[in-house]
Design a protein around this ligand. Structure first.
Ligand code: MG
Length: 178
């Protein structure tokens, strides 16, 4: 039997469309002595992301986009930074959990497209590995995951090297529709 996203009481049959999109955004401060992890990949650099988990801004943006597409809340409600359970964990665990939540609600991931904004270091050599790790955590093929990188052009907190930012959009579809 085809599963339907019926957990939300506000969902009626007429409101169920086979595709949904979601948007996610994340910012982390950068500080010396922290690890820089993006898409589950450790990037060698003198500064890293400040955060309760591993500070993976890319994974967090993708996670929020997934939860948003399915109207399942946000990363803060599922993985509160006050909980010791999520202290220092790999953010790929958030993605695996989000994937399960979506599946339970009747959704499958169609694709994700993300942009990372970081002044330094150059991220292009690490992007293939990030895509691989994200695809694996989300249980999708490599060509369903896109990761792009930009600098901040010397402007604002990203441009000054004080922060990292990431945005993501995803599309999901009803299980059984594709
Ligand atoms: Mg975050």
């Amino acid at each position: 039997m085809k599963r339907r996203p019926g957990r939300d009481k506000a969902t009626t049959k007429s409101s169920i469309h086979p595709f949904r999109i979601g948007i996610g955004h994340d910012v982390h401060r950068l500080a010396a002595g922290r690890k820089l992890i993006l898409g589950g990949v450790r990037i060698p650099f003198e500064k890293g992301s400040v955060g309760h988990s591993d500070g993976d801004a890319l994974a967090h943006a993708v996670c929020d986009a997934l939860l948003g597409a399915a109207a399942l809340g946000d990363i803060g409600t599922h993985f509160p930074d006050t909980s010791p359970r999520w202290h220092g964990v790999s953010s790929l665990r958030f993605l695996r959990h989000a994937r399960k939540l979506l599946k339970d609600a009747g959704w499958v991931i169609v694709n994700a497209d993300a942009t990372i904004s970081l002044e330094r270091p150059k991220l292009s050599p690490h992007i293939p590995e990030m895509r691989k790790k994200l695809a694996s955590a989300l249980g999708v093929k490599l060509d369903q995951i896109s990761v792009k990188a930009k600098t901040g052009e010397g402007v604002d907190a990203v441009g000054r090297g004080e922060a990292i930012r990431s945005e993501a959009v995803v599309m999901i579809a009803l299980i059984g529709f594709l």
